[in-house]
Design a protein around this ligand. Structure first.
Ligand code: AR6
Length: 168
C-alpha cells in the first residue's frame, strides 16, 4: 500500500473514496463534514437519511464506517466514519484506530483502490495532533486489504508536519 501526505482540501481529491469525519447522527456538521456536504451537494444527505431510516436507526457508532455517493465531488464515494471525542480520563485510541480500519474495509467492499483520509478526531473532537497522526498512520499500515493508495489530506501545515513525523 502506498501512503502519501498532501496538504489541502479533501473535497477536491481525485480518488475513489474520500473519508468524512462525521458524527453519529450522519446529518452533517462543521469541519470536514460541513465541507463534504457543501461540495458534494444534497444527494449525500439524502443517502445518509436513507441509512438512518433503514440500516442505522440509532446512528453510526464511533469507530464504524458507512458509504454513500460523493455527489458532485470528483471522488465516487464518501465513506463516513465517526471518530471518538478525545478524553483525558479514558483511552479511546482503539476507537480511533477502528475508524481507519473500518473505513478501509468499507473501501475494500466497494473495490475502491484509492482512499483519502482527513485527520479524524483532530478538529472539533479535540484529539492531540501528534497522537492522532500516529494512530492514523499505524492503523493504515497495519490494515490488510486491497486498497492500493491511502492519501492523508491535511488541512494545515501543523497537521501535515505531525503526519510527516508519524510516517517517519
Ligand atoms: N479537508 C481536509 N481537512 C479538513 C477540512 C477539509 N476540507 N476541513 C477541516 N479539516 P473535524 P473531528 C481538518 O473537526 O475532529 C463535525 O462537526 C481539521 O482542520 O472536521 O473528527 C462533525 O459533524 C482537522 O485537522 O473532525 C462532528 O460533529 C481535521 O480535518 C465533528 O466535527 C478533523 O477536524 C467531528 O470532529
Amino acid at each position: 500500500m502506498d501512503i502519501t501526505l498532501v496538504q489541502g482540501d479533501i473535497t477536491e481529491q481525485r480518488v475513489d473514496a474520500v473519508v468524512n469525519a462525521a458524527n453519529s447522527s450522519l446529518m452533517g456538521g462543521g469541519g470536514v463534514d460541513g465541507a463534504v456536504h457543501r461540495a458534494g451537494g444534497p444527494e449525500i444527505l439524502e443517502e445518509c437519511r436513507r441509512l438512518r431510516d433503514t440500516s442505522h436507526p440509532h446512528g453510526l457508532p464511533a469507530g464504524d464506517a458507512v458509504a454513500t455517493t460523493a455527489g458532485r465531488m470528483p471522488a465516487t464515494w464518501v465513506i463516513h466514519t465517526v471518530g471518538p471525542v478525545y478524553s483525558t480520563s479514558e483511552d479511546r485510541s482503539c476507537i480511533l484506530a477502528s475508524c481507519y480500519r473500518r473505513s478501509l474495509e468499507v473501501a475494500d467492499g466497494l473495490n475502491a483502490a484509492s482512499v483519502a483520509f482527513p485527520a479524524v478526531s483532530a478538529g472539533v473532537y479535540g484529539w492531540p495532533m501528534d497522537s492522532a497522526a500516529e494512530i492514523a498512520v499505524r492503523s493504515v499500515q497495519e490494515a490488510s486489504n486491497t486498497v492500493s493508495e491511502v492519501r492523508f489530506v491535511l488541512f494545515s501545515p501543523d497537521v501535515y508536519a505531525a503526519f510527516a513525523r508519524a510516517l517517519g
